[in-house]
Ligand binder design. Sequence first.
Ligand SMILES: C[S@@+](CC[C@H](N)C(=O)[O-])C[C@H]1O[C@@H](n2cnc3c(N)ncnc32)[C@H](O)[C@@H]1O
Length: 179
Amino acid sequence: MLDLLDLRKTCEDRHIPLISIQTQDFLVSWLERHQPKRVLEIWSAVWYSSIVISQTISKRWGTLTSFEISYPAYLEALKNIEKAEINNVVLYPFDINEISLEKFFSQKFDAAFIDAQKSQYWDYLQKIRSHLAPENTLLLDDVIKYQNKLTWLYQFIEKMQINYKIFDTEPGDGVMLIK
Ligand SMILES: C[S@@+](CC[C@H](N)C(=O)[O-])C[C@H]1O[C@@H](n2cnc3c(N)ncnc32)[C@H](O)[C@@H]1O
């Protein structure tokens, strides 16, 4: 059985990027508040945040779909999924910008968690827009620390008149919540 604290320690020792403890706490409370049935994650690395999401939403039969570009990370993630005995997930080893999402899923997502290339956040939003349910909620990580890379994102959300809120979850960083 996989222990989440052990996985965090391994990721930190190997300098594998992963969500902070504060983002993890926010992520869990956001999922518990909104109770999504279908969650999309962009990107998963070796699957730390994905385990947090899938374990939280499995209590209400939610399912997770996530993507990761690095094939070695994808293979490691598959092992972690097996060790964690998780069965409410689908993980794809692709760059979401390079594929046609219609080929992968027909149902809409009611939540998405984005922890990816900060300079591409707005590309992801455009890409996933038509795959979101009418009632949806999005959580974007690291929006304070990498604010200088998010100019396009702010222009996009202003143009589309999207409501958002930023939470200072930790010193020097935080998350953006879009509803
Ligand atoms: C910050 S890490 C994700 C950490 C993960 N959310 C966690 O907490 O366990 C970002 C990951 O995005 C992947 N990535 C970067 N650009 C990508 C792209 N265009 N398509 C898919 N994955 C990408 C990297 O390989 C890296 O593993």
